[in-house]
Design a protein around this ligand. Structure first.
Ligand code: ADP
Ligand code: MG
Length: 260
């Protein structure tokens, strides 16, 4: 579904992504792992239209989508979540979900005036959809809670929920498991597996927790220093010499570095 060809992204003179080529097959849950600073989030940001690449191409189903802005990618069904959750903290969980779909009739004032009935209909449909999503994620009890009061893990679930309000084809999840307790991580994992199996979502998942990666992902792609080191089944990938070396070497050098 996604093909990244020889992608480079420089910040000043520094190559955050240094000639990475990857493929994400339709229907897969592809893992993206690597030490902090490997360029994983930057690669996501380029694919998702947040950053322009310095060079290289991104194709979706054969179509060149390089440099398209996030809202255009959104309409093509390409969505991403952020390493740090972006919730509207003073709105309820349900309202947060209802904010998602782009192109609602209510967005334009003029249409608001002439199309009241239509808007009421859309709102009712959105409400129903939001409640289905909350149910699916087993967080219906949090419906009327202010999003700002959620735990870190619950905010990650809400981010995942926002991708379910539209018909996503491929969802990029950046460290959904960071700071999340084991129970909630399992809930997130279950939701991802169900979305993949029942709704045909393709996923690309950045995550440090190798148990989580091992349970969900096949294949796993390993990055280090802006480059792709290896790709394969999670069981074999962690025995790869280059991968072990990257983790050990970088792990020491970058032990104080916080992921971005
Ligand atoms: P990862 O997600 O694998 O931890 P990142 O993609 O966040 O890695 O970062 C890769 C490298 O690029 C890091 O050294 C980081 O400091 C640098 N970097 C990321 N974003 C920026 C930016 N906006 N400006 C400058 N340097 C950046
Ligand atoms: Mg990152």
């Amino acid at each position: 579904m996604i093909r990244v060809e020889n992608l480079h992204k420089k910040f000043g003179g520094f190559s955050a992504v240094d000639g990475a080529s990857i493929e994400i097959g339709t229907g897969t849950i592809t893992g993206l792992v690597g030490p902090n600073g490997a360029g994983k989030s930057t690669l996501f940001n380029v694919i998702a239209g947040v950053h322009e690449p310095t060079s290289g191409r991104v194709l979706m189903d054969g179509e060149d989508i390089t440099g398209l802005p996030p809202h255009e990618l959104f309409h093509k069904g390409l969505l991403r979540t952020f390493q740090i959750a972006h919730e509207f903290s003073s709105m309820t969980v349900r309202e947060n979900l209802m904010m998602v779909p782009a192109g609602q009739t209510g967005e334009s004032l003029w249409k608001t005036w002439v199309m009241r009935a239509r808007i009421a209909q859309e709102e009712a449909a959105l409400l129903k959809k939001a409640d289905e999503v909350l149910d699916f994620l087993t967080i219906s009890h949090l419906r009327d809670e202010k999003a700002g009061n959620l735990s870190g893990g619950q905010k990650k679930l809400l981010e995942l929920g926002r991708t379910m309000m539209v018909d996503a084809k491929i969802v990029f999840l950046d460290e959904v498991g960071a700071g999340v307790n084991r129970t909630l991580l399992n809930t997130i994992g279950d939701a991802i597996i169900r979305l993949n199996k029942e709704r045909g979502y393709t996923f690309c998942v950045i995550e440090h927790d190798m148990d989580f990666i091992g349970r969900l992902c096949d294949p796993v792609i390993v990055m280090a220093e802006g480059k792709v080191l290896a790709k394969g089944h999670p069981d074999t990938i962690m025995q790869n010499e280059a991968v072990i070396e990257a983790y050990l070497g970088r792990g020491l050098k970058n032990k104080d570095k916080v992921g971005m």
